[in-house]
Design a protein around this ligand. Structure first.
Ligand code: NAI
Length: 328
């Protein structure tokens, strides 16, 4: 039988962690033939809560779960890790400036990047979920010089899934018939969900919608502001859907995208589509042989160009801010 794959989850005692861990343990992250060993990282005050979750994981009697270890030290938590899910982050508190937020998260993602560099397995794959996800991923990546940069990714799959769901409702078509949607830019309110290359049952999605006002004034803001709408309705931020998207992101990374389709992920830019090299931006991506690759050669119309540029501009500003703080 196969040796267990080490999966490190940070912020394991948080809301997303609670939804995520059970799905990993049940085999949905890597597939039904792959045993996993969980390595949970928490801050000292939350270790006890993580231990409680570990008791419940034990009680799940998951055939694929080889064990759960809990750490409050990043170096130990990332030792030998194959898949690292960086969920724990510092949320914005009332009155907090963006610079303070970036600095507080730098204090988390810099040492985690260093720990991944020092001890992760050769094949490590990193997904950053904790916000601001793209820039946190950039900070971690820049402190892991020995790890190929393309192993660091940021999650925009939740945005992608939200976009799929909205388009599905609009057209009355099942999500399984929708291909080639794309989220561009930052995982923030400036993100650009695009349906101009998307296909629904083989037909161009924008033509099928045939309603530019809906795209500009309903679809894009609904997807971009969905996080706020969930908080408003639920009284808590999206956790189960975020966990589900994290499962999707890694599952696709490992198992690949279907022929004739792609997905969205925050990946290190190679300069494609005018996105400055090195920024971690969302793109349409395919996955093959354990690698995400940016889809090349798409035509970008003016409507899309403006929106991609605005979101990428925000990413560049975040990068400049963390550069000033000495974090990248
Ligand atoms: P939460 O507040 O319930 O849990 C966060 C956990 O992280 C807490 O248990 C905390 O103790 C832990 N933590 C803090 N600093 C840590 C450190 N240095 N090392 C290890 N653990 C640490 O938050 P929730 O709801 O689970 O969300 C987690 C993050 O995911 C947030 O930053 C949120 O904004 C982000 N998020 C991102 C989404 C995306 O699409 N990229 C979607 C939804 C949430």
């Amino acid at each position: 039988t196969q040796a267990p794959v080490n999966v490190t989850v940070t912020g394991a005692a948080g809301q997303i962690g609670y939804a995520l861990l059970f799905r990993i343990a049940s085999g949905q992250l890597l597939g039904q033939n792959t045993p996993v060993r969980l390595r949970l990282l928490e801050i000292p005050q939350a270790v006890k809560a993580a231990e409680g979750t570990a008791l419940e994981l034990e009680d799940g009697a998951f055939p694929l779960l080889a064990g759960t270890d809990i750490f409050d030290d990043a170096k130990q938590a990332f030792e030998g890790t194959n898949v690292a899910l960086l969920v724990g982050a510092r949320p914005r508190s009332k009155g907090m400036e963006r610079g303070d937020l970036l600095e507080a998260n730098g204090g988390i993602f810099k040492p985690q990047g260093e720990a991944i560099n020092a001890g992760a397995a050769e094949d490590v794959k990193v997904l950053v979920v904790g916000n601001p996800a793209n820039t946190n991923a950039l900070i971690a990546q820049s402190h892991a010089p020995d790890v190929p940069a393309d192993r660091f990714t940021a999650m925009t799959r939740l945005d992608h899934n939200r976009a799929l769901a909205q388009l599905s409702k609009k057209l009355g078509a099942p999500v399984s018939e929708i291909k080639k949607l794309a989220i561009w830019g930052n995982h923030s309110a400036t993100q650009y969900p695009s349906i101009f290359h998307a296909e629904v049952a083989g037909k161009n999605a924008a033509e099928a919608v045939n309603d530019q006002a809906w795209i500009a004034d309903e679809f894009i803001p609904t997807v971009a502001k969905r996080g706020a709408a969930i908080i408003e309705a639920r009284g808590a931020s999206s956790a189960a859907s975020a966990a589900s998207a994290a499962i999707d992101h890694v599952h696709t990374w490992v198992n690949g995208t279907a022929d004739g389709d792609w997905t969205s992920a925050g990946v290190v830019s190679d300069g494609s589509y005018g996105v400055p090299e090195g920024l971690i931006s969302s793109f349409p991506v395919t996955a093959k042989n354990g690698k995400y690759e940016i889809v090349q050669g798409l035509e970008i119309d003016d409507f899309s160009r403006q929106r991609i540029d605005a979101s990428v501009q925000e990413l560049a500003e975040e990068r400049d801010a963390v550069k000033k703080l000495g974090l990248v």
